[in-house]
Design a protein around this ligand. Structure first.
Ligand SMILES: [Zn+2]
Length: 193
């Protein structure tokens, strides 16, 4: 991880200050925690996990994420970890949700419970391929909370954050249900070229 990243979106930012992008458009989540940038070796590991179905890797990556949360004190800011849900059709195809496998191990290391507070209603196209306005449309209604979350402080867990649009849509659904804090914890943060 470059030492100086924006605490809100985890992109490089001089002095670790809130970046211009987040000042102009505050994201729907409060903070982003990443083990490191989406480059070697994390990019290879995440790709293998995602497309070669190497689930044991999820535990190793989750352990790194949990350790990062402990080192940075992020684990004290939230009460539970919420795996980024897959659409039911995707879950059936893959047999497992890699975000859930990562979150399970991160939760164990961080000493936090796992929460199934979020459900995905449908599959959405990869957001990186869409323009900003199309992203918002494609994600509308894609996530719903499974129960009221009055005052809950939650961390959404996923493998990679790229545009942040999916995380923002998921975070907004948790907020609508009453969550008071929503962070995004990812293994790798993809930096714009
Ligand atoms: Zn930022």
């Amino acid at each position: 991880m470059p030492p100086e990243v924006c605490p809100s979106c985890a992109l490089p930012s001089p002095g670790g200050a809130i970046c211009g992008g987040c000042l102009a458009h505050p994201p729907a989540f409060d903070a982003t925690l990443a083990v490191g940038p989406y480059r070697f070796p994390l990019d290879r590991l995440v790709t293998r996990l995602k497309y070669a179905g190497q689930l044991p890797l999820a535990a190793a990556l989750g352990e790194r994420l949990g350790a990062t949360a402990r080192r940075t004190g992020a684990e004290a800011r939230v009460d539970a970890l919420v795996p980024m849900p897959l659409a039911p059709v995707r879950q059936r195809e893959r047999g497992a949700n890699q975000a859930r496998e990562i979150a399970r191990e991160a939760a164990r290391i961080a000493g936090l419970p796992l929460s199934g507070a979020l459900r995905r209603t449908r599959h959405t196209a990869p957001q990186a391929s869409l323009a900003r306005r199309e992203r918002a449309r494609s994600l509308r209604g894609a996530f719903v909370a499974t129960r009221p979350l009055h005052g809950a402080r939650l961390a959404l867990v996923d493998d990679v954050m790229t545009s942040g649009a999916t995380a923002a849509a998921a975070a907004a659904a948790l907020r609508r249900a009453g969550a008071s804090r929503v962070e995004v914890w990812v293994v790798a943060r993809s930096f714009p070229a």
